[in-house]
Design a protein around this ligand. Structure first.
Ligand code: F6R
Length: 603
């Protein structure tokens, strides 16, 4: 969701800005733009639609500029139009913005009453106008940034360039921002994501909220200055080297990132087991031995919420501890009942999801310990939580989350076993290896899932059902299918069908029923209910189970043996493949499904 890249230095800024924006395309956007300093003026080029449209414009004009900012916009305030695309600029400044200015409406009215004019419908332009107004009063860019930033509410990051110099400025509140430099080439960068800066900025800096960053390039050096809002020097930033490599982020021989990421899961499962059971991660988990808070509050969104539901089962069944799981956007506004001896656990691939971050903040305010299960080291969630459990999934590019789900749930399983004190049990490592073998087997036989997809992809709707530990997997299977194949799909607890949704069943509705060996007979009767109403039954169940096989139109037999805790993760891989193949048959944009953003940084 919205991407920012800025550059200043001796080279042509267009290259790193466009490369950076291309890398952030996977996050989702609907227009893009760039502002370049050309002949002392700020020149803006913007286009609706794909970044290729902006690239074509740049090819035509072939500009060369030492300082620039670029943006991919995912519309929030104002329609998808060229005027509303970023950057927004005037004679003095150009600004790109991620996030939302919540009081933009009020501020805009006041500014219009003072005689200021607006060219777009965006909240972002309000910041530009405020900057310009305060610059007129103070003749200082830093003071203008401070005054404008102090007036706005909401979570945002801004990057600014100005006519008066070649400096790059950035500031943020609860939204991602990273600054980088390359001392050898004397270049300064800024972005909403360190991924954009791989190979450009070996040193990266994460400013905290309300810290102004200033990138300055002189004939001999590049310097990044950090200021508090009172303009005193700031030390509130974290520096690190940018260790990510681009190799890990190529599609390789796979047709889609999603397919590559599904196939990566078995190896990542092995790697995570080695990390948490045998190597460096072990000391992080050992701290949990015997840990018994009064209760757990898991909050997350989408797929990460489903991983939370899987983890709830572990915490309740293995540790017999109370665990509530809530959708982050609900939890944050419900005045939740939380006590100080409880724990808030936040699950997020990006570590930048606005609603999840708000829940972490809320728990921190209530002095509750905050733990995260997160993929992105250095993300806001990572930085703000008291303890972090990294899932080590590598960059996930496909908008539909696959490997992150598996590794989030597995990390939760390791946490649960760590609390139980059974990490040393050799059976644990063997169980995880078995999971990875079974995932490999599913990947090797993915063609058979394509055949299933071919038989059902034209159907009108899909109901995913599961009981107990498979209930969250039914949710996740349905979410994956609807987001990439654009078909109606819902997840239900198998026993809930007859309380309403069964009314939908006819020969155009597919019921994808997950039938684990647990509660098998109970689930068989649910399958029979659907069959009796001429619904199309696809069953994912134990191999060699004639009692259900004969009820299914299509049967996907799996080996559940030896996986009493991890079978849901195995079944989920089957549903990932089904969603993938159905989407492919429908010809959708699998890696960048319409209307979706990889990282939802607004509420
Ligand atoms: C679905 C999907 C989303 C994310 C959700 C949370 O495939 O990717 O539902 O899971 O937006 O994102 P993170 O995990 O980054 O907090």
């Amino acid at each position: 969701m919205c991407g920012i890249v800025g550059y200043t230095g001796p080279g042509n800024s267009v290259g790193p800005i466009i490369e950076g924006l291309s890398r952030l395309e996977y996050r989702g956007y609907d227009s893009s733009g760039i502002c370049l300093k050309l002949d002392g003026q700020l020149q803006i080029l913007k286009k609706e639609g794909k970044l290729d449209n902006l690239k074509a414009l740049l090819k035509e004009k072939n500009p060369s500029s030492h300082t620039g900012i670029g943006h991919t916009r995912w519309a929030t305030h104002g329609a998808v139009t060229t005027d509303n695309a970023h950057p927004h600029g005037n004679e003095t400044f150009a600004v790109v913005h991620n996030g939302i200015i919540e009081n933009a409406g009020t501020l805009k009215k006041e500014l219009i009453a003072e005689g200021w004019e607006f060219k777009s419908q965006t909240d972002s332009e309000v910041f530009l106008v405020l900057l310009t107004k305060f610059f007129k009063q103070t003749n200082s860019t830093l003071q203008a940034i401070t005054k404008a930033f102090n007036l706005i509410t909401g979570n945002s990051s801004f990057v600014i360039i100005e006519k008066a110099s070649d400096k790059l400025y950035g500031i943020k509140r609860s939204a991602p921002l990273v600054v980088g430099d390359n001392k050898e080439t004397r270049e300064a960068y800024v972005s909403s994501d360190p991924f954009a800066l791989i190979g450009y900025a070996p040193n990266i800096y994460f400013p905290q909220d309300g810290v102004i960053c200033e990138g300055v390039v002189t004939a001999n050096a590049v310097t990044i200055n950090f200021y508090e809002l009172d303009l005193s020097p700031s030390t509130r930033f974290k520096s690190q080297s940018n260790a990510m490599s681009m190799d890990a982020t190529s599609k390789g021989t796979y047709e889609h990132y999603m397919l590559k990421e599904i196939h990566e899961q078995a190896a990542l499962v092995d790697k995570l087991a080695a990390y948490y059971i045998k190597n460096d991660g072990r000391k992080i988990l050992d701290e949990l031995k015997g840990f018994k808070p009064a209760g757990w509050h898991i909050t997350a969104c989408g797929t990460a919420w489903h991983a939370g539901l899987v983890i709830k089962n572990y915490i309740e069944q293995i540790n017999r501890q109370r665990c509530a799981v809530e959708i982050a956007s609900e939890f944050r506004y419900k005045n939740p009942i939380i006590n100080q001896n409880e724990v808030g656990l936040f699950i997020s691939q990006s570590g930048e999801t606005a609603d999840t971050l708000a829940c972490q903040e809320l728990c921190a305010e209530k002095k509750v310990s905050t733990f995260s299960i997160v993929n992105t080291e250095g993300s806001t969630l990572f930085r703000n939580s008291n303890k972090n459990f990294l899932i080590h999934a590598g960059v996930e590019i496909g908008v539909a989350s696959t490997k992150a789900f598996t590794l989030q749930a597995l990390t939760g399983y390791f946490m649960s076993r760590a609390m139980e004190g059974t990490l040393d049990n050799p059976a644990l490592f063997a169980e995880v290896q078995l999971l990875s073998n079974r995932i490999n087997e599913i990947c090797a036989d993915a063609e058979s899932l394509k055949v299933v997809a071919e038989k059902i992809y034209t159907k009108k709707g899909f109901l995913f059902t599961g009981r107990g530990v498979y209930f969250p997997i039914a949710f996740e299977g349905a979410l994956k299918l609807k987001e990439i194949a654009y078909v109606h799909a819902e997840g239900y607890a198998a026993g809930e069908l007859k309380h309403g949704p069964i009314a939908l069943i006819d020969e155009n509705i597919v019921n994808i029923a997950i039938v684990g060996p647990e509660l098998l007979e109970k689930t068989v009767s649910n399958v029979e209910e659907v069959k009796a109403r001429r619904g199309i039954m696809v069953v994912v169940g134990p191999k060699d189970s004639p009692e259900i096989e004969h009820l299914a139109d299509l049967y996907i037999g799996l080996n559940f043996e030896g996986l009493p805790n991890l079978a849901p993760l195995m079944v989920n891989v089957v549903l990932q493949f089904l969603a993938y193949h159905i989407a492919k048959l429908k010809g959708t944009d699998i890696d960048k499904p319409r209307n979706l953003a990889k990282s939802v940084t607004v509420e």
